[in-house]
Design a protein around this ligand. Structure first.
Ligand code: F0G
Length: 480
């Protein structure tokens, strides 16, 4: 991977015990780990995959994962745990109440996010459900830079309205802006002025997953925090990819380049009043999440809801061993060596896809590469799902599983109406520490092959769908 474009290699603050030296950096940023245990991949043919995807009603969520060669559906829960995480699992204490594993987990979370109440949940959406059940409800409005799909669904499930206020550049795949996840603070100010009494809190998603994995700057977070608090509203972070966001701040924001990632994370945390978290992303877990906050009364209400469906407040639906693995994962994800490799390797894929003519959201996000299917397949109208068409083609041609983030995911509204999403994207999400550079070189070669036949790809129609979160289970058919 060529590191020069995004991440100059240096040894700042990585290991305080190592003398800092100025050396000519190498072009190649290597995986900062070696492989300890392997999982086999099964090679398949194009004809086999064409049958399998037809049987799955052209919905890649319905495939058997065994029939996928390179699985870039999500970076959620699909990362490889480290030797030290597996070792930590052996320390798991499964006491129903007051497990020492909970306190190890709580301390690791508070080291980065020093909120008073740390409430474990089985994954991020459980934290979202609890928070919005407490704060949402009919007539309320929850603004965010961009709500992720489960966040939006959990807001809407309470009868509240989820409003996205990302900056203009955040809607333009080609716009070059270092922090395309930023919130439009003028729009936030206006909404709070006009509808303040209906707004129980403000959310910020870092990084902005639905908008291309784009980061939010510390300056924007400061401004959002100031506006929200001036209007008397708490600010909550949806912080799944906080470490990647902090690395982007270190790389791109004036005055941040010499700082340690954990310090940047603590600055972010201090601007908010709490967070929802999916620990299946940056905390390197295969499962887990949490809700953290400072407000005592709200924490009490949240714990009461937690006990109803998740579990006792010191395990919240997780096993003690999961809590141990997360505590260790949180220590590993803030390593500069890891984050440099992580962000550089994602940019490597985006730059290579661009070179073969596949337009990607620029600059590359942290956890994923987002292909702009609308501009790649102009012959397919948005409500014939160009993103779905490209995702199916990547699977048929190369066994790559990706995810449409466009009108199939966002085009249907709670009242049953349909309209095109803001963007038609295909996300190649990169699991942490799981695939090597040659896997990614293969992905790039498959993309090149799909480019050659892109004008022949059909659009799709939905023949069966549930009323909410339809992309997980909808049945599609190609339009001939
Ligand atoms: N918020 C964001 C920004 C997310 O990306 C996700 C999950 C969640 C909340 C919900 O967390 O899955 O633990 O319940 N994103 C996954 C993805 C599913 O593929 O991007 P969860």
């Amino acid at each position: 991977m060529d590191s020069r474009s995004l991440c100059p290699v240096d040894e700042r603050a990585d290991a305080p015990t190592v003398q800092r030296v100025t050396e000519t950096p190498f072009r190649t940023v290597i995986e900062p780990f070696r492989i300890h245990s392997v999982e086999p991949l099964r090679m398949t043919t194009k004809a086999f995959r064409e049958t399998k995807v037809r049987e799955a009603a052209y919905n890649l969520f319905q495939l058997h994962a065994d029939d996928v060669l390179i699985d870039l559906l999500t970076d959620s829960g699909t990362g490889a745990m480290s030797r030290d995480q597996w070792a930590a699992i052996q320390h798991g204490d499964e006491s129903y109440a007051g497990s020492p594993s909970y306190f190890i987990f709580r301390d690791a979370v508070q080291e980065l996010f020093p909120y008073q109440h740390i409430i474990p949940t089985h994954q991020g959406r459980a934290a979202e459900r609890i928070l919005f059940q407490c704060l949402g409800g009919p007539g309320t409005i929850i603004p965010s830079n961009t709500h992720f799909d489960t966040t939006r669904a959990n807001v809407e499930a309470t009868g509240a309205e989820a409003v996205d206020l990302v900056i203009e550049e955040g809607h333009d795949p080609a716009a070059l802006h270092p922090f395309k996840g930023n919130m439009d603070t003028a729009l936030l100010e206006q909404l709070l002025t006009e509808r303040g009494s209906d707004i129980p809190c403000v959310m910020m998603t870092i990084t902005n997953n639905s908008g291309g994995g784009q980061p939010v700057s510390l300056a924007n977070l400061r401004e959002v925090s100031e506006i929200a608090h001036r209007h008397g509203k708490p600010l909550f972070l949806d912080a799944c990819r906080f470490a990647e966001n902090a690395w982007f701040i270190r790389e791109r924001e004036a005055g941040q380049g010499e700082r340690d990632v954990p310090d940047i994370v603590r600055d972010i945390a201090a601007l908010a009043d709490g967070m929802t978290m999916s620990a299946k992303k940056d905390p390197m877990g295969n499962i887990g999440g949490w809700l953290a906050l400072n407000d005592n009364a709200l924490a009490q209400q949240a714990r009461n809801l937690l006990i109803l469906t998740e579990g006792f407040p010191t395990y919240g639906g997780l096993a003690g061993r999961d809590l141990e693995a997360l505590a260790q994962g949180l220590k590993e994800v803030v390593s500069h060596d890891f984050l440099r490799y992580r962000i550089t390797s994602t940019a490597y894929v985006a730059e290579a896809l661009d070179r073969v003519g596949m337009p990607c959201i620029k600059p590359a996000g942290g956890h994923a590469v987002y292909i702009d299917a609308k501009s790649l397949l102009p012959h397919i109208p948005p409500l014939h799902f160009p993103g779905q068409a490209l995702a199916v083609a990547l699977y048929e041609h190369g066994g790559i599983r990706s995810c449409e983030i466009g009108s199939a995911m966002f085009g249907r509204h709670p009242d049953g109406s349909e309209s095109p999403a803001a963007m038609e994207l295909v996300r190649l999400a990169i699991p942490r520490r799981t695939y090597t550079q040659s896997h990614m070189d293969y992905v790039i070669e498959v993309a090149e092959r799909v480019m050659a036949i892109k004008d022949t790809l059909p659009g799709y129609r939905i023949v069966d769908e549930p009323p909410v979160l339809r992309h997980f289970t909808a049945a599609f058919e190609p339009i001939s």
